[in-house]
Design a protein around this ligand. Structure first.
Ligand SMILES: Nc1nc2c(ncn2[C@@H]2O[C@H](COP(=O)(O)OP(=O)(O)OP(=O)(O)O)[C@@H](O)[C@H]2O)c(=O)[nH]1
Ligand SMILES: [Mg+2]
Length: 294
C-alpha cells in the first residue's frame, strides 16, 4: 500500500474513533469508554501513523502524568535539569501540554496532518496555565548550567485528570499519552491511592505504555514503607508494565532547583530508567507502535 493510502486510511480510522468517542460522551454512563476511544485515536494519530509514515524514531517522547498538584511540573524540571516548568501550589495549574527539548536537539515532529489532533502549536511563549486546546515547545538553553535533557528525548509536562475542571482538558492529556514512548507517573504521598489517577494509570498500562512511577513528597524516612505500600496497594492491582518505582522525598525549596546538589540522588536514577527504555531509539519506537496496535 502506498504512503498516501496508508495516511488516508489512518485518518479515517482516527476520525471514526472520534465519532464513537463523541457518541459515548453523549451517554451518561460511558465516560470511561469515551476516554479509551480518545486514547485509541491518539495512538493512531501520533504513534502508529508517524511510524508507518517512516518518521525517524527520535525524539522519543516522555509524558509526565498524574493527579492535580502531585508534582508533575517539578518532576518535569528534574528530568530537564533546569527549573523551566511552572511548579505552582494551585492544584490544576498546568492546563495544556508543554514539551521540553534541548536547544540543539532534534525536533522532527511528524509532518503529516493530524499530529496531536485538535491541539494547535503555540508560536509564542505563554504560561502553562493557558486553558486552551494548544501545546507549546520550550527549548532548554544548553548553557543553562543544567545537566541537559537526555539527548534524543522530549519531556512533556501534562495537565492533570483529577480536578473538576479537568473534564474540559483531559483530552489534551490523552493526546500526549498516545504519543508517549515512556510514561512517568507521579503520585504524591497523600494521594497516591486515589481512584481517578489510578484508573488513568490502568488505561495507559492496558495500552502497553512502559511506566516509571515516582512516589513524591514523603519524608525521606517514610520512603521505603510508602513505596512498598504503593507497590502492593496500587501497582499490585494493575496490569504489568511498571518498569520502576522510584522515591523522590520532599526537598527544601532551595535544593529543588540545585540539580547538582542532593536532588541528584533522586534525579539520576530517574534519568537512568528513562535512558534504558530509550535504548536503542528505533527499538523503543517499534515497541511503542507494536503495543499501540495490539
Ligand atoms: N519544597 C518542595 N515543594 C515541592 C516538592 N514537590 C512539589 N512541590 C511543590 O508542590 C506544588 C505542586 O507541584 P507541581 O510540580 O506544580 O505539581 P503539578 O502536578 O504539576 O500540579 P498541576 O499542574 O497543578 O496539576 C508546587 O508548589 C511545588 O513547588 C518538593 O519536593 N519540595
Ligand atoms: Mg503542573
Amino acid at each position: 500500500m502506498d504512503q498516501l493510502s496508508t495516511r488516508t486510511l489512518l485518518s479515517q480510522l482516527a476520525e471514526d474513533l472520534g465519532w464513537l468517542e463523541a457518541h459515548c460522551r453523549s451517554q451518561p454512563d460511558q465516560a470511561a469508554q469515551a476516554g479509551e476511544l480518545r486514547l485509541a485515536a491518539a495512538l493512531v494519530r501520533n504513534c502508529i501513523g508517524p511510524f508507518l509514515d517512516g518518521q525517524p524514531p527520535t525524539p522519543l517522547h516522555v509524558a509526565v502524568v498524574g493527579g492535580a498538584g502531585a508534582g508533575k511540573s517539578t518532576v518535569a524540571n528534574l528530568l530537564s535539569g533546569v527549573a523551566i516548568a511552572e511548579a505552582n501550589p494551585q492544584a490544576g495549574f498546568t492546563r495544556h501540554p508543554v514539551a521540553y527539548t534541548s536547544a540543539n536537539g532534534t525536533l522532527a515532529w511528524p509532518a503529516h496532518l493530524g499530529f496531536l489532533g485538535s491541539l494547535q502549536r503555540l508560536d509564542q511563549a505563554s504560561p502553562s496555565s493557558l486553558d486552551d486546546d494548544v501545546y507549546q515547545v520550550r527549548r532548554i538553553p544548553v548553557d543553562a548550567g543544567n545537566f541537559s535533557l537526555l539527548p534524543g528525548f522530549v519531556v512533556w509536562d501534562c495537565p492533570d485528570m483529577t480536578t473538576w475542571a479537568s473534564s474540559g482538558y483531559v483530552s489534551r492529556l490523552l493526546e500526549v499519552a498516545g504519543l508517549a514512548d515512556v510514561i512517568v507517573y507521579v503520585a504524591s504521598d497523600e494521594r497516591y491511592n486515589d481512584e481517578v489517577p489510578t484508573q488513568f494509570l490502568r488505561l495507559l498500562l492496558q495500552a502497553g505504555k512502559p511506566v516509571i512511577a515516582c512516589v513524591v513528597k514523603m519524608k525521606e524516612a517514610d520512603a521505603p514503607a510508602l513505596l512498598s505500600h504503593f507497590q502492593n496497594q496500587v501497582l499490585g492491582g494493575l496490569p504489568p508494565g511498571t518498569v520502576a518505582c522510584l522515591p523522590i522525598p520532599f526537598l527544601p525549596p532551595d535544593q529543588l532547583t540545585d540539580y547538582a546538589g542532593p536532588v541528584a540522588r533522586y534525579r539520576i536514577p530517574l534519568l537512568n530508567q528513562v535512558a534504558v527504555l530509550g535504548e536503542p531509539a528505533a527499538a523503543a519506537r517499534r515497541r511503542s507502535t507494536m503495543a499501540a496496535t495490539s
